[in-house]
Design a protein around this ligand. Sequence first.
Ligand SMILES: Cc1cc2nc3c(=O)[nH]c(=O)nc-3n(C[C@H](O)[C@H](O)[C@H](O)COP(=O)(O)OP(=O)(O)OC[C@H]3O[C@@H](n4cnc5c(N)ncnc54)[C@H](O)[C@@H]3O)c2cc1C
Length: 403
Amino acid sequence: MRDTVHPEFLWRDPDPKPAYDVVIVGGGGHGLATAYYLAKNHGITNVAVLEKGWLAGGNMARNTTIIRSNYLWDESAGIYEHSLKLWEGLSAELEYDLHFSQRGVLNLAHTLADVREGMRRVNANRLNGVDAEWLDADEVKKFCPIINTSPDVRYPVLGGTLQRRGGIAKHDHVAWAFARKADELGVDLIQNCEVTGFDIAGGKVRGVHTSRGRIAAGRVALAAAGHTSVLAARAGIRLPLQSHPLQALVSELLEPVLDCVVMSNAVHVYVSQAHKGELVMGAGIDHYNSYGQRGSFHIIEGQMGAALELFPIFERVRVLRTWAGIVDVSPDASPIIGRTPVENLYINAGWGTGGFKATPGSGWVYADTIANERPHPLAEPFALERFTTGALIDEHGAAAVAH
Ligand SMILES: Cc1cc2nc3c(=O)[nH]c(=O)nc-3n(C[C@H](O)[C@H](O)[C@H](O)COP(=O)(O)OP(=O)(O)OC[C@H]3O[C@@H](n4cnc5c(N)ncnc54)[C@H](O)[C@@H]3O)c2cc1C
């Protein structure tokens, strides 16, 4: 236990108190951002973030850090653009260099269907005030000269969409920055504390059971990404979520060679170059359900094949590390934010393969939803009820496995 912040540490290490106004389950980016905005925007500071492992040991520091807001539907544009605007001031606000780099995100089109879908998305984005451009194959080559735009490859590049305000950030810095600020505002960040069940009486959640004892809570907010359906089942709620491994990898360190983010849904690869120099690449999901943070080699093999066709220049680059996170995929590839059938139990899940970019926006609207006990207007369309009303927000085109 550390009740004061030692200069070597960014936050305290308190023991759990017997009761909190709000208990957040999950110390990833979304849980930490929610805690910060609860304290900062709503003055609710009697809050604990309970994390079964260590802060950001889940998807938060396993993702490929792509940030963009060029989603198709109005509801998605609303929440992701809100998030992107927060990113634009976040390093200053959190007083931490998040290495946020708006270097442009290019989504390649390889088929006529891709082209039509890409152009449609550019138009939809512009109508929503989201910056978007269509590039033809020559313009793609000019923007990113190392892409192979030759017409005689398996999936030739026919063009692409570009969001210049999109980019990357350093994910662990983002987690630590939110954690430090939340801690400063009085939030207890409690690691090695697994939530194993819920105290529910009269249809209302009253607290949580944890590996470190029972903790009473006025409100409980799930932010457990790939483990949300398992947790919700312990509260008697069956969620429309599937948990899958999603893999990524980094190369050895290289001189600067790629100054934008390139994604291709059709061939399933996305790549950027981190500030330190490694190429950061991601693949499609492993299609089976799993909670092991590792995936199958054939996915990486397919991804490397696709990457080398697009970037023959990487042929001799060595892979340094591969890993996986567990992503929570919803039927319409959109998140679930809001209330649950259990009173005072809230859910923020289903971000699947693309929730890193949403970290500040998600934390903002989730905190507002919890504080005011009603959905934030940007969160309202993402309520759990949409799976029974049928008001789905199908972002498979914009989300799919890509980020
Ligand atoms: C390989 C990979 C690449 C990705 N690339 C991108 C990308 O480029 N751009 C993008 O926008 N998104 C990307 N994502 C998705 C993004 O990482 C997630 O959507 C997002 O991180 C989920 O929110 P989180 O950070 O809160 O999740 P997590 O960091 O997973 O946080 C959830 C936490 O809950 C904890 N937990 C679970 N069960 C319990 C329990 N019972 N008790 C206590 N704690 C519990 C876990 O230990 C975990 O720390 C990627 C994901 C992966 C795996």
